[in-house]
Write a protein that binds this ligand. Structure first.
Ligand code: SAM
Length: 182
């Protein structure tokens, strides 16, 4: 199947079923970052069922590197596996079906790109958990930071207290992201 037709189909399904996937604009932006960085090892905290992971993997596939992605819903995880096969990206994706809070401490790899996309109230916990696994100059992107700003009070405080520099980017009309370069 043509990959663009496949992604169009996914996009339609996402809109009809109100699945909180990243926006098309955001996907494009992150794909461009992967291309510029020449990302070798990427970690996505929260897969849902496909959309962001397939977009990232399509870019990583060009350079034949790897994406690890974590999702605790069995249904979403199984749908994601099917879609990875259909999009011909399953070979470069390590999809883990478990609670990210338990998985992250056990990951024994280093990542040059981390994407965090849920549980806004605990974003600071995830950032803290993943920090030592990010390589120097690695990129960390956190989604939906404008829309859910008030849910993320501890996160903003955490950045301040730890003197972590960041950029807030209003990436599309729906919302924005934070980009941290470690
Ligand atoms: C916003 S969606 C991810 C969307 C996906 N990044 C995309 O753009 O296609 C968040 C997902 O995180 C999963 N999730 C929430 N808490 C989790 C946890 N502690 N561990 C693993 N997955 C979790 C939910 O089941 C949901 O599918």
């Amino acid at each position: 199947m043509d990959i663009n037709i496949f992604l169009e189909k996914l996009k339609k399904h996402w809109i009809e079923n109100e699945i909180p996937n990243i926006s098309i604009v955001n996907a494009r932006f992150i794909r461009d970052l992967i291309k510029i960085q020449g990302t070798k090892n990427m970690l996505e905290i929260w897969t849902a069922n496909w959309f962001s992971a397939i977009n990232f993997a399509l870019e990583l596939k060009e350079i034949w590197w790897k994406l690890t992605t974590i999702e605790f819903s069995k249904l979403s995880h199984d749908q994601a596996l099917e879609n990875f096969e259909l999009a011909w990206v399953s070979k470069i994706i390590n999809a883990i079906n478990w609670n990210a809070l338990d998985v992250i401490p056990k990951l024994d790899e280093k990542y040059d790109f981390v994407f965090i996309d849920w549980m806004k109230r605990r974003t600071h916990d995830f950032l803290e958990l993943v920090w030592d696994k990010v390589l120097p100059s690695g990129i960390i992107i956190i989604d939906d930071v404008i829309k859910f700003r008030e849910k993320m009070v501890w996160f903003w405080e955490y950045l301040e207290e730890n003197n972590i520099k960041y950029n807030t980017i209003p990436i599309d009309i729906d919302d924005g992201i934070i980009m941290i370069i470690k």
